[in-house]
Design a binder for this molecule. Sequence first.
Ligand code: HEC
Length: 99
Amino acid sequence: MKRIPIAFLACITSSFAADEWKLPEEKIAFKSAPGADLVQASCIMCHSHEYITTQPPLTRDQWKASVTKMLQKYGAPIVPEKVDALLDYLAQSYGKAVK
Ligand code: HEC
């Protein structure tokens, strides 16, 4: 059996022990407003924050069309009574009115 140099082993173990393996920090968060928690709870199991926050500014109706599609075609876990609040949030925070 080949002998593995101790220095080599020490090098490997110290690199695992070092606190180097941190995940990158989340840089994008949803704009803070009522409804942000709904988007957080209903959308990010499939999309990154970025995917939603970098959509072109959509009107409320356009957001509605997307959210309806998410619900009906992809089974997004959105409580029907919360859809209006979710759309208000998306349209106000990431909609046409926002510059
Ligand atoms: C179960 C997974 C899933 C969830 C949950 C989900 N989506 Fe999607 N979404 C998709 C898929 C898959 C596509 C790609 C659809 C396509 O290309 O037609 C997509 C596409 C989109 C698009 C691109 C435009 C469009 O209509 O295709 C938008 C905007 C979007 N999602 C927003 C949302 C928002 C907002 C939520 C939360 C309310 C959400 N999604 C929740 C799976 C999901």
